[in-house]
Design a protein around this ligand. Structure first.
Ligand code: 13P
Ligand code: SF4
Length: 428
């Protein structure tokens, strides 16, 4: 059955006992300021059990007038502030944002589209990024120096991005370059190139920029790996092992040539032989939202809905991607649903806010999330309308709060790696 209420509404009903649906945490029904009291944590949702780095940004308490305002009041305040600010502000929103935020976004997209959108609004003095920290950093790197990028809740990080810290990646790189050397082979290819998923700190994007590497998103990972293999014998891919493995597999690379690099172990826990045979060295990171999807959920969907079309995001584990009918980025999933001409049942393996929105937008189809438990991305969910109202009204008052500024020396190299990605074209 297609359910069209917003995810937040479904959570509120479930926690009150007014619906039979289950959530992965009753505290999802609270305002995020309940978790923003000074302790860094990912908060309830899919990443609740992930260890958060000690130095993670913390959101200070926003004034009570926002925390205590009703949903209707916050909505009206956001609309009024945006009207006053006009073109001087642009609000970008990721597909995983809650509906109560998405309705205020001037531009909605996946991480690639939003990175491009950040370069296209020179008229805006402020870019309010309703997404997570690494996306706001990318917008800061790609936008003009006189524009401010604002993240409405500073605690909206990403547990996957945090799984690769600069020191550990530098240490891995030192070991790899000692093993392989740095000299190009007879075809002019260097031994290894670093590729970072967009879901990483600006510092790691800068690391890639400095070391001949590049950034990818889930919508261009294959194109970017092709770019890398034109220049290198191997790739070091971080932080998402699943996107790396699923993409490499789709390019015909064998699993035995994709060793996993474990943290700070010598040779990442591998032998020299394994690393010499490697084509893609995978960092041991993952997304806790997409790790929730399983083959048994797909099998159940196929029993319950014969003919169901199963589409999952490539951040899902390999067995899930192989059991699905299709896999692709959030925008791929959106386009696949939009293009279906006949009423279709879609079982989708990606963040529940996006799946819910598709179900509401396309009532001619039966669209449901493969995971029966309502479990949003902990950090995307940290962007509540109270924070959006607060940052916008601060702008109206002439104050920029929650600005994300990437240090100039990091900016320059991160931009090199991002621009390589923006210029990379698929092979024909
Ligand atoms: P895309 O927007 O590239 O599909 O990535 C999904 C995601 O997990 C963003 O954090
Ligand atoms: Fe990070 Fe996964 Fe949330 Fe995306 S969905 S922000 S990868 S934890």
């Amino acid at each position: 059955m297609t359910v069209t209420a917003s995810v937040n509404t479904r959570i509120q009903l479930s926690v009150k006992g007014a619906s039979q649906e289950t959530t992965c945490g009753t505290s999802l029904a609270s305002g995020p300021w309940e978790f923003d009291k000074g302790m860094p944590e990912y908060g309830p949702g899919a990443s609740v059990a992930d260890a958060i780095p000690a130095n993670s940004p913390v959101q200070s308490q926003i004034p009570a007038t926002y925390r205590e305002a009703s949903d209707e009041e916050l909505h009206e305040r956001i609309v009024a502030a945006k009207k006053t600010l006009g073109d001087s502000v642009v609000v970008l929103g990721h597909f995983y944002q809650r509906d109560e935020i998405v309705q205020h976004a001037d531009y909605l997209g996946d991480s690639y589209q939003l990175a491009v959108a950040a370069t296209k609004h020179a008229e805006a003095k402020a870019i309010v990024f309703c997404g997570v920290h690494f996306m706001a950093e990318t917008a800061d790197v790609l936008s003009n120096p006189d524009q401010s990028v604002i993240l409405p809740n500073l605690a909206a990080g990403c547990s996957m991005a945090d799984m690769a810290d600069t020191d550990s990646v530098e240490e891995c790189w030192a070991q790899l370059t000692e093993l392989y050397g740095t000299e190009p082979n007879a075809q002019g290819k260097v031994p290894v190139i670093p590729v970072t998923y967009m879901n990483s700190s600006a510092a790691l994007k800068a690391f890639c920029g400095r070391n001949g590497g590049i950034v990818c998103t889930s919508s261009n990972a294959k194109t970017v790996l092709e770019w890398a293999f034109e220049r290198a014998e191997r790739v070091l891919f971080f932080p998402d092992q699943h996107l790396g493995r699923n993409t490499a597999l789709s390019m015909g690379i064998q699993l035995e040539n994709m060793p996993l690099w474990h943290g700070r172990k010598a040779l990442g826990g591998n032998t020299e032989q394994t690393l010499n045979d490697a084509k893609v060295i995978l960092w041991n990171g993952f997304c806790s939202v997409h790790k929730r999807f399983s083959v048994s959920q797909i099998e159940k969907a196929r029993v319950d809905f014969p003919g169901v079309r199963v589409i999952v995001h490539p951040e899902c584990p390999m067995d899930v991607v192989l059991a699905a009918d299709e896999n692709g980025s959030t925008d791929y999933i959106r386009r696949a649903v939009a293009a279906a001409t006949e009423p279709t049942t879609f079982a989708i393996g990606t963040e529940v806010n996006m799946v819910q929105r598709l179900a509401a937008q396309y009532p001619q189809h039966n669209i449901f999330c493969l995971d029966p438990v309502i479990c949003p991305c902990s950090t995307m969910y940290r962007i509540h309308p109270a924070y959006l109202a607060w940052v916008l009204e601060e702008l109206v008052a002439g104050r920029v709060v929650n600005q994300i500024s990437v240090a100039p020396e990091v900016q320059a190299n991160a931009k090199v790696a991002l621009e390589r990605m923006l210029a990379a074209k698929p092979s024909v």
